[in-house]
Write a protein that binds this ligand. Structure first.
Ligand code: NAD
Length: 438
């Protein structure tokens, strides 16, 4: 079986490498020449545990190739996966321009039957529109005799554990409209699920919807807990206790009940907005998800608000250490990260900002430029600071040496955006501690 994965980002590169690991001949395609050149030389463009190993090994074994030219490989393939980005457009709608670029390339060059699969997260109906566009172009090319199939196979991997998730998925969702594509997708995923075949087949529209509904549900749990956390602060309750109390109910479960400083990343914010737009276009209002988005936008301001309240609004000239820039631990991805909003607010308020992140300093610098100090470690960041703020709970931040921090910080204030520290311990060391919802 030969497959091309178009778009070599977090999803495309991981999918391509993992398919190759199962013995499939994979060609990863990307328009970014530097990325493809780097990959040919074993340079992995993203931070993702375990990825480098399988990319290099499978490339050396000739099962994983890299190219910038989809046209040159398309007619050697059995399956084309579309895994390009679908970012938020200005109005919250998914920007499908990358998907249409790939569609046009396929439509202009396809001359044999193959299976085209959307792996990107796309609004409901997009996979069918891809088919319509290609068929129309084939008609113009007087090649309507070329028959091809479409399928939807949304991806559920988590950055930071992407290889593990792809190799052992909870389930694989596949939307198909023919027995033939069902068979092909079964063959492709069987090696990943030998002991317990967990591919859920459905129609294409339901498959596209499943991806949005899944992210929307997870985002809803987070915003719900953030709302409860804020109310805990106002009433004197402790959200840590409340979380234990409700999570022990088997109907609710313990996962995704952590309050914090808002969800970020390349998926939840944009997917919640995109599904709101999908509904709006057909005259339906997603009231709950609008509230989820609003709660999250407010929550992203909460760390700055706490700092501002502590200093009675006088932040100008204060030095603030920020530990953690990526939207969550284990990744270098800073897209829509709460840290960016915090830092921009700090800079606007004319604070001096000193940051440290184990993996995301490079990506953050692309977004924030040189208006802040990029420290070499957590202590360097905290040096001479008036406050320490933690928006991302990297493991190496969890047990720092508080005695050193006590000596090097000017004001002993810790604002914990992920509730990873104990108030009792920190007050014992002489720090003022602020968590979320406690
Ligand atoms: N990142 C995640 O954790 C995650 C998880 C599940 C689903 N998704 C979805 O998967 C899709 C991809 O996300 P990502 O995070 O991997 O994106 P990404 O931005 O990391 O990668 C996209 C890649 O596509 C390339 N590209 C753009 N246009 C192209 C073209 N015409 N031909 C070839 N390559 C092209 C870009 O250069 C880039 O390398 C999105 O729809 C996203 O919502 C992402």
């Amino acid at each position: 079986m030969r497959i091309a994965v178009v778009g070599t980002g977090y999803v495309g590169l991981v999918s391509g490498a993992c398919f190759a690991e199962m013995g499939v001949d994979v060609t990863c395609v990307d328009i970014d020449e530097a990325k493809i050149e780097g990959l040919k030389n074993g340079v992995i463009p993203i931070y993702e545990p375990g990825l480098k190993d399988i990319v290099v090994r499978n490339h050396q074994a000739n099962r994983l190739q890299f190219t910038t030219s989809l046209v040159s490989v398309i007619n050697d393939m059995d399956i084309i996966f579309i895994a390009v980005g679908t970012p938020s457009g200005d109005d919250g709608d998914a920007d499908l321009s990358y998907v249409w670029n790939v569609t046009n390339t396929i439509a202009d060059s396809i001359n044999k039957s193959l299976l085209i699969v959307t792996k990107s997260t796309v609004p409901i109906g997009t996979t069918h529109e891809i088919k319509d566009r290609i068929e129309k172009r084939l008609e113009e090319r007087k090649m309507s005799h070329i028959k091809f199939d479409i399928a939807s196979n949304p991806e559920f991997l988590k950055e930071g554990a992407a290889v593990e998730d792809f190799m052992s998925p909870d389930r694989v969702v596949v939307g198909v409209e023919s027995e033939n594509s069902k068979e092909i997708m079964t063959r492709l995923y069987r090696p990943f699920l030998l002991n317990n075949f967990r591919v859920i087949f459905m129609d294409i529209l339901s498959s596209e919807m499943t991806k949005y509904a899944s992210n929307a549900m997870l985002a809803t749990r987070i915003s719900f807990m953030n709302d409860i956390a804020n109310l805990c602060e106002l009433t004197g309750a402790d959200v840590n206790m409340v979380r234990h109390g409700i999570g022990s109910d088997s109907r609710i479960g313990k996962n995704f009940l952590y309050p914090g400083c808002g969800y970020g990343g390349s998926c939840f914010p944009k997917d919640v907005r995109a599904i709101i737009k999908v509904a709006e276009k057909i005259g339906y209002e997603m009231k709950l998800l609008k509230a989820v988005d609003e709660v999250n936008n407010n929550q992203k301001q909460i760390l700055f608000q706490k700092l501002s309240d502590f200093f009675d609004g006088n932040i100008s000239g204060k030095t603030v250490a920020v530990w953690g820039l990526s939207f969550k631990p284990g990744t270098d991805d800073v897209r829509d990260a709460p840290s960016l909003e915090l830092i921009n607010s700090l800079l606007e308020a004319q604070a001096n900002v000193r940051v440290y992140d184990p993996a995301a300093m490079g990506e953050a610098r692309k977004e924030l430029g040189d208006k802040l100090f990029y420290a070499k470690d957590i202590y360097d960041a905290a040096n001479n600071s008036d406050a320490l703020i933690v928006p991302t709970e990297w493991k190496e931040f969890r047990l720092p040496n508080w005695e050193i921090l006590k000596k090097i910080m000017k004001t002993h204030l810790v604002i914990d955006g992920r509730n990873i520290y104990s108030r009792k311990e920190l007050t014992g060391f002489g720090f003022e501690y602020m968590g979320i919802g406690q």
